[in-house]
Design a protein around this ligand. Structure first.
Ligand code: FAD
Length: 394
């Protein structure tokens, strides 16, 4: 059908686009390689910025967040054995909402598929794109039950298939540029079946390596430990993980950490990339498919939502009203925030990793940045604005 949009990938980006299309009665098919059970349980992000919550709320997609999320308005830096609370809520007037990604995905699948009767096909195989630079674009895939090859003719494709999908790979190399940044740092990402041991996010800056504590709900906590890139998670036994967390997050008067079973333990090599432009013919990328921001500043899911809100509205204008201006401006509009957040992640990485870098120059500049954060009102306000996410893009 000529007005139909194919959304590839049912993560936060794809599901938000699909819900916006469905709410405007624009035909849409979502293709997802995994099962519904799998995507509703995949643990990842947990912090949604207030502007994103408000935007979802206005569209009626934030019921779960409003009912269950806890609001955070401060974070804590621990270094040299001391605790320093940073009250970004007071400085910016905005908060984070702690809402694990699987809960958001579950809410968005329910809203799209169960409540609005949207078409979502799970477990599809070998998704391929055709004629993206023509006016007869199409997507083909293998049906998991029949093994049949199916083809959907469409008006446009939303490429929301994450960092390892097919849509970015289908862009002709000569039509896009890919900017990359490798931090040369690894993070052991841990999910512990344990209640949080602090009321806010904790960043531990320690000569042995960075460590972090982030609530994921009343019984679940995410921890990070800086490690060598490519390290084997099996090198990290239960005892080693908890002993290292205790050491790196230790500070005068800090609550002892509550231990718990580690239900996720994987090594992330910290790197970023940005694809420019994010559109090619009838294909428009959104979220991790277009750009990756290492979880250093917890920006990835928020950027995915930002893209999806812009792209969803632009697709509705195009398909329902024949107005293509939103789609033409989509890539530039999305990239403004992408680059702000990428820059912030890089800046923040220097703060978090300087102490453990083994380089006295980096350690000195990281300490200078921290002192400025706690000693200068204007520096603190600028940091708070980026940390919680701007209302407007620069
Ligand atoms: P995804 O969530 O990756 O969704 C893409 C979907 O496409 C998936 O369901 C996938 O199965 C599907 N797919 C893949 N290939 C195909 C294909 N060929 N055909 C069809 N479907 C396909 N971000 C934050 O904002 N805050 C945080 O605190 C945070 N913490 C994180 C912690 C960890 C450990 C990790 C790994 C990430 C974290 N992030 C965080 C980043 C965040 O999870 C991602 O940025 C976010 O998931 C991006 O959403 P997306 O919809 O673009 O992609």
């Amino acid at each position: 059908r000529r007005s139909l949009v194919v959304v590839i990938g049912a993560g936060p980006a794809g599901l938000t686009v699909a819900n916006i299309l469905r709410a405007a009665s624009v035909d849409c098919v979502v293709l997802e390689t995994e099962s519904r059970e799998f995507i509703e349980q995949r643990p990842r992000a947990g912090f949604v910025e207030e502007w994103a919550v408000r935007a979802l709320e206005e569209r009626g997609f934030a019921e779960g967040i409003m009912a269950r999320a806890q609001a955070h308005h401060e974070c804590e830096f621990r270094w040299a054995g001391e605790r320093h609370t940073f009250r970004y809520g007071e400085l910016s007037g905005r908060r984070h909402f702690v809402y694990p990604q699987p809960l958001l995905v579950t809410d968005l699948v329910r809203a799209y598929a169960d409540r609005a009767g949207g078409d979502i096909r799970f477990g599809v195989r070998e998704v391929a794109l055709h004629g993206m630079d023509t006016d007869r674009p199409a997507v083909s895939y293998t049906d998991p039950e029949t093994g049949q090859r199916l083809r959907i003719d469409c008006a446009a494709v939303a490429g929301c298939d994450g960092a390892r999908g097919v849509t970015r790979a289908s862009l002709p190399a000569e039509r896009v540029s890919v900017a990359r940044h490798d931090y040369g740092i690894g993070w052991l990402a841990l999910l512990a079946e344990a209640p949080p041991s602090s009321d806010c996010v904790v960043f531990g800056l320690h000569p042995r390596g960075f460590a972090a504590h982030m609530a994921r709900g009343p019984r679940m906590t995410r921890y990070y430990l800086e490690c060598t890139p490519g390290d084997d998670p099996d090198n990290w036994s239960y005892d080693r993980v908890w002993s290292e967390l205790r050491t790196r997050l230790d500070a005068a008067g800090a609550r002892p950490l509550t231990e718990g079973r580690l239900i996720e333990k994987r090594v992330l090599d910290m790197h970023n990339y940005v694809v420019e432009p994010m559109s090619y013919g009838r294909l428009h990328l959104a979220g991790d498919a277009a750009h990756l921001a290492a979880p250093i500043a917890a920006k990835g899911m928020n950027l995915a939502l930002h893209d999806a809100l812009l792209l969803g509205d632009a697709l509705v204008a195009h398909c329902a009203r024949g107005d293509g201006s939103g789609l033409r401006g989509y890539s530039d509009a999305a990239l403004r925030r992408v680059w702000q957040y990428e820059e912030f992640s890089e800046w923040f990485s220097e703060v978090l990793h300087g102490t453990s870098s083994g380089d006295p120059f980096k350690a000195g500049t990281a300490a200078a940045r921290l002192r400025r954060l706690f000693g200068s009102q204007s520096a603190a306000t600028a940091f708070a604005d980026l940390y919680i996410g701007n209302e407007v893009d620069n």
